[in-house]
Design a binder for this molecule. Structure first.
Ligand code: 5GP
Length: 191
């Protein structure tokens, strides 16, 4: 998506270790017009897929997911991160290791809001190693929900997440795919 790629070039900041900072329009301050355009694109890509629920993970997925909920006209559910494992039987859970923060979280959603009648589109801001997305897919399957696919704002295609998830047979659509980033700030997109 050209609009997003342009914004990444203009306002993104490459940090050492292959991290892209996009605090100016996505991860801290959010640009609602850009988020709405991204949501429309997700809707176009998954039109006809009978999506009845958007699922994401707190915190940075919530913004793009809410706009997607508006475009699809369906509820938005976010998985909560919880360090404790003692959860009652009312939640679906999965383990997610965050490479950026070096911790493993148990993610959880209430059984009240996700179940076998659901056809889910998972939305997230970034796809890197795929741990977050993998956990969300596992959680859906445990709940008996169908996964229509995943809509990602920015995929770092030089990391293994995209391949991992696609090899699970899940459709992944990323609006910007980064092929490489250099420490001097250069960003190359996949073509
Ligand atoms: P994964 O589980 O795919 O490795 O990473 C997913 C999560 O890590 C994303 O939802 C995002 O919050 C965070 N993340 C991974 N790489 C980056 C990055 O380069 N920049 C930012 N801002 N967040 C990232």
């Amino acid at each position: 998506m050209q609009l997003l790629e342009r914004r990444i070039r203009e306002d993104g900041e490459v940090l050492p270790g292959g991290i892209l900072k996009v605090d100016g329009f996505l991860n801290h301050q959010m640009d609602p017009e850009l988020l709405m355009e991204m949501a429309r694109e997700f809707h176009r890509l998954f039109a006809g897929d009978k999506v009845n629920k958007i699922l994401t993970i707190e915190a940075s997925g919530i913004g793009p997911a809410c706009f997607a909920g508006l475009a699809f006209g369906c509820p938005v559910l976010f998985a909560k991160k919880n360090r404790t494992r003692n959860l009652s039987g009312e939640f679906w859970t999965a383990e997610v290791h965050s490479f950026t923060h070096g911790v493993t979280n148990t993610i959880m959603v209430s059984k009240k809001y996700l179940g076998s009648g659901d056809r889910v589109l998972i939305i997230d801001d970034f796809l890197a190693n795929g741990a977050a997305l993998n956990g969300l897919i596992t959680l859906c399957l445990e709940a008996g929900a169908e996964v229509a696919g995943a809509g990602i704002c920015i995929e770092k295609a030089f990391q293994p997440g995209g391949e991992l998830i696609r090899s699970r047979g899940v459709r992944v659509e990323s609006l910007a795919r980064i092929e490489s980033m250099s420490d001097d700030g250069g960003i190359a997109f996949c073509r």
